[in-house]
Design a protein around this ligand. Structure first.
Ligand code: URA
Length: 205
């Protein structure tokens, strides 16, 4: 039929997407951020990790998860037996949202219109990478991955099939671990995070 005569639309490669996203004006966040922080990793990655948005350090470096949350993530990935060099790491929102507070830039949670405006990039990354498993870290990532508000605690700890056949896993955001006030809950929540990542590693075997 006619549909079969049409040239099949090829998924973009990540470098093409990165260049396009550098000029993104889909929401207002580009105005104050230093640059678009696009995803990073191998096109052949089987796991795609999704965070919330770049932080202060990421905004400056132009790379995802290089600041304190990134160090927490690196440690947990290693403990779960996942090689960061083999995963694709990205964020639901690709510009840093903040309010200036004296000398620091205070992170602000992206809102639903901003998450929706940025979702096109996540969708195109997903189409380019075609991972077996997407790991949504935190509520913002879960909202983007599932296309709707998806509570973390009710859904973590198991893989969930998405409409397109990709498996998804929900867990907390590493920044959440950094914010916990006492050492005991930090240690406990960190272990739960590692446990979730182990389920991700296990799902690929
Ligand atoms: N937090 C995120 O969600 N993403 C980053 O890249 C860094 C911190």
């Amino acid at each position: 039929d006619k549909a079969n005569e049409m040239p099949r639309k090829q998924a973009d490669d990540i470098e093409t997407l990165r260049e396009e996203a550098a000029d993104c004006r889909a929401c207002h966040l580009y105005k104050h951020a230093t640059q678009t922080v696009f995803g990073e990793g191998r096109q052949t990655a089987r796991i795609m990790l999704v965070g919330e948005q770049p932080g202060d350090k990421e905004d400056i470096a132009g790379k995802p998860f290089v600041g304190p949350a990134g160090q927490m993530l690196d440690r947990a990935l290693e403990e779960a037996g996942i090689d960061r060099r083999k995963v694709y790491v990205t964020n639901a929102v690709k510009h840093f949202k903040f309010v200036p507070r004296g000398k620091i830039r205070l992170h602000q949670k992206p809102n639903t219109p901003e998450i929706k405006a940025c979702r096109q990039w996540y969708e195109r990354e997903l189409a380019a990478i075609k991972p077996d498993l997407v790991v949504a870290m935190g509520a913002t990532a879960a909202q983007s991955v599932f296309g709707k508000i998806t509570p973390i605690n009710k859904n973590r700890g198991r893989t969930i099939g998405l409409d397109d056949g990709t498996q998804a896993l929900v867990t907390v955001h590493p920044s959440y671990l950094l914010r916990l006030p006492d050492a005991e809950s930090k240690a406990r929540e960190y272990q739960r995070f590692v446990q979730d990542l182990k389920i991700a590693a296990e799902a690929l075997r």
